[in-house]
Design a protein around this ligand. Structure first.
Ligand code: CO
Length: 133
């Protein structure tokens, strides 16, 4: 397993890029809107992982709610798994609380599913299965 990306909630990606790209020196290689999650995302590779900047596309986006409560910051950590359905079944069998019982379509055509923070020490954990592998 590896950390696929770290999701960071921002009020605006363009503004956030002034730090992550212009100042820190990461490159924004991919931007897209993920309709299902009502977010626009920017992906910035860092080593074998990525920083995922998230910006809400609507007021009822999960990111809007997070920004209201906390004003930005680390929103989730994403772990790459080989078989997301097997990973979900395994966690459920072990009594872990899932937000998504079945995978959804994420950025870059990946399959994603979220594990509830109450089962992961307050961390919102995203499982990612890359389509490429
Ligand atoms: Co993510």
């Amino acid at each position: 397993m590896k950390i696929d990306h770290i999701g960071i909630a921002t009020k605006g990606i363009d503004d956030a890029l002034k730090f992550w790209a212009d100042a820190l020196g990461l490159e924004n290689v991919h931007t897209e809107v993920v309709e299902d999650q009502k977010v626009r995302v920017a992906m910035l590779p860092i080593g074998e992982s990525r920083i995922e900047l998230l910006e809400p596309t609507s007021n009822d986006s999960p990111i809007s709610k997070f920004l209201e409560k906390r004003g930005g910051g680390i929103h989730h950590i994403a772990v790459e798994v080989e078989d997301i359905r097997a990973a979900l079944t395994n966690l459920k069998e072990k009594g872990m609380r899932l937000i998504d019982e079945t995978p959804r379509l994420g950025a870059e055509g990946c399959l994603v599913a979220f594990v509830h923070p109450s089962s992961a020490n307050g961390v919102l954990l995203e499982l990612v299965q890359s389509i490429k592998t």
